[in-house]
Each structure stands twice: as structure tokens, then as C-alpha cells.
Design a binder for this molecule. Structure first.
Ligand SMILES: Cc1cc2nc3c(=O)[nH]c(=O)nc-3n(C[C@H](O)[C@H](O)[C@H](O)COP(=O)(O)OP(=O)(O)OC[C@H]3O[C@@H](n4cnc5c(N)ncnc54)[C@H](O)[C@@H]3O)c2cc1C
Ligand SMILES: *[C@@H]1O[C@H](CO)[C@@H](O)[C@H](O)[C@H]1NC(C)=O
Ligand SMILES: *[C@@H]1O[C@H](CO)[C@@H](O)[C@H](O)[C@H]1NC(C)=O
Ligand SMILES: *[C@@H]1O[C@H](CO)[C@@H](O)[C@H](O)[C@H]1NC(C)=O
Ligand SMILES: *[C@@H]1O[C@H](CO)[C@@H](O)[C@H](O)[C@H]1NC(C)=O
Ligand SMILES: *[C@@H]1O[C@H](CO)[C@@H](O)[C@H](O)[C@H]1NC(C)=O
Ligand SMILES: *[C@@H]1O[C@H](CO)[C@@H](O)[C@H](O)[C@H]1NC(C)=O
Ligand SMILES: *[C@@H]1O[C@H](CO)[C@@H](O)[C@H](O)[C@H]1NC(C)=O
Ligand SMILES: *[C@@H]1O[C@H](CO)[C@@H](O)[C@H](O)[C@H]1NC(C)=O
Ligand SMILES: *[C@@H]1O[C@H](CO)[C@@H](O)[C@H](O)[C@H]1NC(C)=O
Length: 425
């Protein structure tokens, strides 16, 4: 026992010095590609068993800048830890291209995201289950949503001090839309409506709660069986066996420091957790994907799998700006225009962990169902294109798999749906 502990401590010391930029071994039980939200959770759970070794390969590095820690920066879109590839031209949107926010940092999206904690609607998850995934419906997932969260209610001081006074007027505007149901809490699976939006904050220190802080830091010095390799990009999944059933047994990785390439191997599984954009990209680069796409790119087809790289449903962002007059003091603009106020609220955060700097900027949200967007200039887009996408396959890329079951439309609840009790846990 004593020897084992000493060994762990020695490893811990080397981990905290330089080891995170080098893979110690060539072979592990599991290799996880991507040290983001899902990758760090899976690696943490697997290494609860001391006899299981896990290597996590992460393209990014640790980020300890204030932007990664202080809730106030939640919407700052820190370009230091994002790679921002440009989308393909979108034929449904005048062939416009868009910058796509793709995280590259230990902790992944949880280090740069807007910190809004909002579960999807029951119908979304039940549609997953209906596609043939028993246990992945709302009822099956709810215990895991609860397991992965600890709800810290805001103190009454926080409610008074964090919310700018004008938020009351904005909520009155939400309520005046009689086709937008006002929901009590955002996490009971109710679907479209107006919500108070909890933030993913670690209530112990009022810092951003990230996958790194919640699932890696607590074990980083005590689990020699967990190894996180930063600054390395997985370029190719390696396989044994051949079509139609190749079996993944390793990964070819490249160091961002010097472009050196090496191969690491998995005795049990290679787990892909590289995010919605880069997981399919890595599969395609490894020969798993639609054969027409792979052939056009000069990649040898190991398995023709048309779904890889198809059916991404993106979370589009449009910024609407309204000019408000006669705002109360303080208001969100006060932070950027009044240096005395800015200094005072920073001092308050540093001294007491309270005030606006301890909160994410967004505390309210409205989710519209598409049918709500029918009375304005958006009508032509929503009615003629987006809405018809629910019932036809017209607007999918030609290589997309075409199961009509993929387009189960969640029901939009009627405004008369009664408010549900607060269900944050
Ligand atoms: C700007 C922004 C705002 C968001 N706001 C919210 C919000 O307010 N609320 C919310 O719930 N969700 C939000 N999200 C979404 C949320 O962050 C993601 O759903 C979540 O991070 C997805 O987890 P993941 O594990 O699938 O991928 P990620 O967390 O992205 O992790 C993937 C990891 O894999 C690494 N990686 C990728 N390719 C490779 C490779 N080839 N080799 C090695 N490593 C690789 C990446 O560097 C990354 O760390 C936001 C996302 C963004 C980008
Ligand atoms: C640990 O793992 C090894 C190899 O995977 C296996 O041979 C051994 O039986 C395991 N030991 C325990 C205690 O599970
Ligand atoms: C978009 O690009 C395609 C391919 O180049 C072209 O056929 C189409 O006319 C373009 N659409 C618009 C709206 O410009
Ligand atoms: C390990 O986590 C602690 C915080 O729990 C942190 O201070 C330390 O820098 C981390 N070390 C590494 C190598 O991540
Ligand atoms: C690695 O290779 C890429 C592509 O050839 C090049 O752009 C980059 O500068 C190289 N990086 C280093 C650190 O050598
Ligand atoms: C490249 O950098 C890695 C660390 O990322 C180091 O382990 C390796 O020795 C370097 N290789 C060469 C050829 O310099
Ligand atoms: C400005 O707001 C105050 C307090 O909310 C209100 O009493 C006043 O009538 C408003 N003035 C105008 C011009 O709307
Ligand atoms: C700026 O903020 C300070 C500190 O909160 C406050 O006393 C002052 O009235 C503010 N100035 C303006 C112009 O609102
Ligand atoms: C911290 O809180 C105490 C007690 O409420 C208060 O007296 C003090 O002014 C606060 N400090 C700052 C910098 O706001
Ligand atoms: C727009 O939505 C409202 C409320 O849901 C509905 O009453 C109306 O019929 C819709 N109009 C059209 C043209 O679909």
C-alpha cells in the first residue's frame, strides 16, 4: 500500500511538471479523443477502476485566463481557445458562409460556452428513443441529468443585486406574447417558452464550472491510470481487420509543438469525443464515411457509412439589438460605460464573490418553436423552408441518409399549458 501511494505521489509530481505534453506509454486500455465535456467525464468514470488505464488526447491546452474562470465573461467568445473554421456556403441562405465556433482547450465547450443550463424538451429525447435507442428518452435520461448537476439556488441578496432592475420590464414583454408560454423552470423538459436560465457556476467559489474543474482537476494528481495529453491532435484512427468490420485499435497523433507524429494503441476501445464538428471529420479522415466524399478527397474507404458528417442540426445565432431608453441604474451598459461602477463590482467580486461579476450575463431565455416565427420578415424563411423540412427531406444534402423518423416534430405546447413547479435538480 505504502509503495503504491508513494508511486502515485511521484507520478503526481511529474504530471504537474511536464508530463502532460508527452504520452508516457504507447498502449492504454482506452484512448479518448477529445478532452472536452464528454471526453473528460468518460475518462473520469473509467479511471474510477484503478486497473483501467486511459489516455485522453486533447488538441488544446489548459486555460487559466480570467475569461475561462469568471462568470461575467460567459459571452465573451474567447477566440484564443476557439478554432473558427468557415462553413461551406449554405444554398438555403444565399450561399452565405459562417464562422463556426469550435473549442480547442482542456474542458472543451464548457470553457467558452455561454454557461446557460437548459435541458431540451421531453419530445427531443423521446425522439431519440423512438429512433431505436432504449433508455435515451426523457425518463431514462433524467436521473443522469440530476446526477451530473448540483443546484445552488441564488440567495435572496443575489436575486435583488444580480438582476438589473429593468429585467422586470423585459419579462413583462415576454408575458405580453400570448403565444409564448412562461415556464417556471427551464429544466423540466417543457419545450418552447420563456425561462429563468440557471448558469453553470461552481457555487463554492462562484467560478465557471467546467468539465476540467469538475472531472479532471479533482483527480489529476491521484490517478496515475488517467493521463491527459494536451497539445496533440488526433489525425487518424487506426484499425485492425478490414471492411466490412474494421476494429479501431489506435490513433495517430501529431504534436502541435513540433509536428512530430506517433501512434498510440488501445487494448479495449478508442472513444471519440472530439465534438460535433471534429468527430465526423476524424472518422472521414480515417476512411469511415460516405464513400463518394472520401473518394473525392483521395481517402481510402474502410467503411462506407453515409451518416458520418450528415444531419448536423446547428444552433444558429442571430443578434437582435434594441435601443432601450430611460434605463434604470445600474443596467448592463453601466459595466462598459461607468469605470467607477466597473471597479466597484470587481472589488466586490474579489472580496465577497458577489455582484454582477459573479453572474453570467444571461439569466433569461425564450425558446421559440418555429411556428412562433411566422409574423415578420422571418415568415418567408420559416414557412417555406424550415417548416417544410419537418415533413420532407428536400433541404438535406444529397448524400444524407433519409429516414423520415429523423424528422419527428416536437409538439409545440399550447399557451394554456399550466406552469410546472420549479424543477432544477
Ligand atoms: C460559443 C459557444 C457557446 C455555447 N453556449 C452554450 C450554453 O450556453 N449552454 C450549453 O448548454 N451549451 C452551450 N454550448 C455547447 C456546449 O459547449 C457543447 O454542447 C459541449 O461542449 C459539447 O461537448 P463535446 O464533449 O461533444 O465537445 P467539446 O466540449 O467541444 O469537446 C471536444 C474536444 O475535443 C478536442 N478535439 C477536437 N478534435 C480533436 C482532435 N482531432 N484531436 C484531439 N482533440 C480534439 C477539442 O479541442 C475539444 O476540447 C456552446 C458552445 C459554444 C462553442
Ligand atoms: C487488471 O487488468 C489486467 C489486464 O487488463 C487483467 O489481466 C487483471 O486481471 C486485472 N486485475 C484486476 C484486479 O481486475
Ligand atoms: C449557390 O451556389 C450554387 C453552386 O455554386 C449555385 O448553383 C446557386 O445558384 C447559388 N445560389 C444563390 C442563391 O446564389
Ligand atoms: C491539478 O488540479 C489542481 C486543482 O485541483 C490545479 O491546481 C493543478 O494545476 C492541476 N494540475 C494539472 C497538471 O492540471
Ligand atoms: C506544422 O505543419 C504545418 C503544416 O505543414 C505548418 O503550417 C506549421 O507551421 C508546422 N508547425 C510547426 C510547429 O512546425
Ligand atoms: C516534439 O514535441 C513533443 C512534445 O510535444 C516531444 O515529446 C517530442 O520529443 C518532440 N519531438 C521532436 C522530434 O522534437
Ligand atoms: C423613466 O422611468 C421611471 C422609473 O421607472 C418612470 O417613473 C418615468 O416615468 C420614466 N420616464 C419616461 C420618460 O418614460
Ligand atoms: C457610476 O457608478 C458610480 C458607482 O456605482 C455611481 O455612484 C455613479 O452615479 C455612476 N455614474 C453615472 C453617470 O451613472
Ligand atoms: C463585502 O461584503 C461586506 C459585508 O456585506 C461589505 O461590508 C463590504 O463592503 C463588501 N466588500 C466590497 C468590496 O464590496
Ligand atoms: C402564426 O402564429 C399564430 C400563433 O401561433 C397563429 O395564430 C397564426 O395562424 C399563424 N399564422 C400563419 C400564417 O401561420
Amino acid at each position: 500500500m505504502r509503495t503504491r501511494i508513494t508511486h502515485a505521489l511521484l507520478l503526481a509530481q511529474s504530471i504537474t511538471t511536464a508530463v502532460t505534453t508527452q504520452a508516457r506509454d504507447n498502449t492504454y486500455d482506452y484512448i479518448v479523443v477529445g478532452g472536452g465535456v464528454s471526453g473528460l467525464v468518460v475518462a473520469n468514470r473509467l479511471t474510477e477502476d484503478k486497473n483501467v488505464s486511459v489516455l485522453v488526447i486533447e488538441r488544446g491546452y489548459f486555460d487559466d485566463k480570467p475569461e475561462a474562470i469568471v462568470p461575467y465573461y460567459a459571452n465573451s467568445l474567447d477566440l484564443d481557445v476557439l478554432i473558427s473554421p468557415t462553413s461551406a456556403p449554405n444554398p438555403q441562405l444565399n450561399n452565405d458562409t459562417f464562422s463556426v465556433a469550435v473549442p480547442a482547450v482542456v474542458g472543451g465547450g464548457s470553457v467558452v460556452n455561454g454557461m446557460g443550463y437548459l435541458r431540451g424538451s421531453k419530445e427531443d429525447y423521446d425522439a431519440w428513443e423512438a429512433l431505436g435507442n432504449p433508455g435515451w428518452g426523457w425518463d431514462g435520461l433524467l436521473p443522469y441529468f440530476r446526477k451530473s448537476t448540483t443546484f445552488t439556488p441564488p440567495t435572496s441578496d443575489a436575486v435583488r443585486d444580480f438582476q438589473y432592475p429593468d429585467i422586470a420590464t423585459i419579462w413583462d414583454a415576454f408575458r405580453s406574447q400570448d403565444d409564448v408560454p412562461v415556464r417556471a423552470g427551464g429544466n423540466a423538459g417543457d419545450g418552447p417558452g420563456a425561462y429563468w436560465l440557471p448558469s453553470t457556476i461552481d457555487g463554492r467559489g462562484m467560478t465557471r464550472s467546467t468539465a476540467r474543474k469538475a472531472y479532471y482537476d479533482p483527480v489529476n494528481t491521484t490517478r496515475p491510470n488517467l493521463h491527459l495529453l494536451t497539445g496533440h491532435t488526433a489525425r487518424e484512427i487506426l484499425f485492425t481487420g478490414s471492411a466490412p468490420s474494421p476494429t479501431a485499435n489506435g490513433v495517430r497523433i501529431v504534436s502541435r509543438a513540433n509536428n512530430s507524429t506517433r501512434q498510440v494503441y488501445a487494448r479495449k476501445e478508442v472513444i471519440l469525443a472530439a465534438g460535433a464538428i471534429q468527430t465526423p471529420q476524424l472518422l472521414q479522415a480515417s476512411g469511415i464515411g460516405p464513400s463518394s466524399v472520401l473518394k473525392a478527397a483521395g481517402i481510402r474507404v474502410k467503411k462506407d457509412l453515409p451518416a458520418v458528417g450528415a444531419n448536423l442540426q446547428d444552433h444558429a445565432t442571430t443578434i437582435l439589438i434594441f435601443s432601450l431608453t430611460n434605463q434604470s441604474f445600474p443596467n448592463p451598459d453601466t459595466i462598459t460605460t461607468n469605470t467607477t461602477y466597473f471597479a466597484a463590482i470587481w472589488a466586490e467580486y474579489l472580496a465577497n464573490l458577489t455582484g454582477p461579476i459573479s453572474a453570467a450575463p444571461a439569466s433569461s431565455a425564450i425558446l421559440f418553436g418555429l411556428p412562433h416565427l411566422n409574423s415578420s420578415a422571418a415568415a418567408s424563411v420559416t414557412s417555406t423552408k424550415l417548416l417544410s423540412q419537418s415533413s420532407t427531406l428536400t433541404y438535406l444534402p444529397s448524400n444524407a441518409p433519409s429516414s423520415p423518423n429523423l424528422f419527428l416534430s416536437p409538439a409545440v405546447p399550447s399557451p394554456s399549458t399550466p406552469l410546472t413547479p420549479l424543477d432544477y435538480q
